[in-house]
Design a protein around this ligand. Structure first.
Ligand code: LRH
Ligand code: MN
Ligand code: MN
Length: 385
């Protein structure tokens, strides 16, 4: 049995800068009072989440949504607030030029522009000290015959190779897949198999990102976790939850049982420890709920799923599995899932000098009222207008 308390104390969850800003669906973004007006204020909100949870000391940036003149200054500001800048998320999906794709576009000028942006993201990483470049491509086609599926794979591979060769020794490419949207007929990186094949071809500094909202309904995500971990090709998660497609709701809200099953495979694969190099990020969008408390809720939901995964009785499970005792094995799993781990987590927080209830503590802190009073004219995360 793992040292449950030590593992929970060591757990790290990275929060996304864009989730603090206004964002929503393609139909409507409901603006909220007090949201950040610039990347600095997003960092301040992320630092607040860390202050109450104690497990979220890094912030993911999205570039150019988080463009600033001096990334070194932004990194120093973050450090002053007790957080550091984490993954740099590339953005080659919002310019008019990308109507027919970015790195897979049939026009070599657009491909050059997109690849140059990815290279610029590595420059940002050099300035912030970030190790990870996360790549998600909206590229694909809407109609049969629109473009050559195979040539688009060749163009993708060429761009990835150029960016890979630009990486520093400690830097990685994290390649994210998504089944569909915004392309509806073909998507150039639609699934983990495609992402896996490209990262394998690239080399050891390229790994796959699992965004939990990016699969077909019914997909067994924990299988993908187990498989990629076994191949040393799982680099990161984008946690969120979904009822239908890429809903970007709070992690653990739609299906806490699925989150538990995923965390079990993480624990089983020895990947929970930050030293294993897996980055556990959130990627979500809070349109109708207050953003900071929603992010705190995601963090605590992930902690609860993790605690349940850690208390699975490994010896009893192994014995039941070896005996082929299907019901006993399943019962071991369900016992852990049905346990109430909230008192344990509260105790661990208290031991670390944190409030045992981060939700209540945030509410009492007055931070929400302070940002509403101070910040007039919050910005939009960048999409969904
Ligand atoms: C794409 C995605 C990707 C982007 C983020 C804003 O759906 O999950 O990770 O960077 O949303
Ligand atoms: Mn994502
Ligand atoms: Mn997504």
């Amino acid at each position: 049995m793992p040292d449950v308390r030590a593992a929970l104390r060591a757990q790290r969850i990275e929060t996304p800068s864009w989730a603090y800003a206004n964002s929503g669906t393609r139909f409507k973004v409901f603006s909220q009072a007090g949201v950040p007006r610039d990347p600095y204020e997003k960092i301040a909100d992320a630092a607040t989440v860390h202050r109450f949870t104690g497990v979220a000391p890094t912030v993911s940036l999205h570039y150019p949504w988080d463009a600033v003149d001096d990334f070194g200054k932004l990194a120093a500001y973050a450090q002053d607030l007790g957080v550091t800048l984490g993954v740099v998320n590339s953005n080659v999906f919002q310019d008019d030029d990308y109507k027919l794709g970015s790195v897979t576009n049939p026009d070599p000028r657009v491909r050059r522009k997109a690849t140059d942006h990815l290279l610029a993201c590595v420059d940002v990483m050099d300035a912030t000290g970030s190790q990870d470049l996360k790549l998600w491509f909206s590229d694909g086609t809407n109609y049969p015959g629109q473009d050559d599926i195979r040539s688009r794979q060749d163009r993708l591979a060429a761009a990835l190779r150029e960016v890979y060769d630009r990486l520093g020794d400690d830097q990685r490419i994290l390649l994210e897949y998504k089944l569909f949207e915004p392309a509806f007929y073909t998507t150039d990186v639609p699934d983990w198999g495609t992402a896996y094949a490209h990262t394998l071809e690239l080399g050891p500094k390229a790994q796959v990102v699992i965004d939990t909202g990016h699969h077909a309904p019914g997909t067994n995500i924990e299988f993908i976790v187990a498989f990629l971990l076994r191949q040393a090709k799982l680099g990161a998660f984008d946690f969120n939850s979904r009822f239908y497609a890429d809903d970007d709701l709070m992690a653990g809200a739609a299906d806490p049982f699925q989150l538990f099953r995923i965390m079990y495979e993480i624990v089983r694969g020895g990947a929970l420890d930050p030293a294993s190099g897996i980055t556990f990020m959130l990627d979500q969008c809070h349109n109708i709920e207050a953003k900071i408390p929603a992010i705190i809720r995601s963090v605590t939901n992930i902690q609860e799923a993790t605690a349940k995964a850690l208390i699975v009785d490994g010896d009893a499970l192994a014995a039941a599995q070896a005996q082929g005792d299907v019901l006993a094995a399943n019962a071991v799993f369900m016992d852990a899932f049905s346990s109430d781990v909230r008192p344990l987590l509260a105790e661990i927080r208290a031991e670390q000098g944190l409030d045992p209830d981060p939700h209540a503590a945030y509410k009492r802190s007055g931070y929400a009222e302070k940002i509403v009073a101070e910040r007039i004219g919050g910005v939009q995360a960048g999409w969904g207008a």
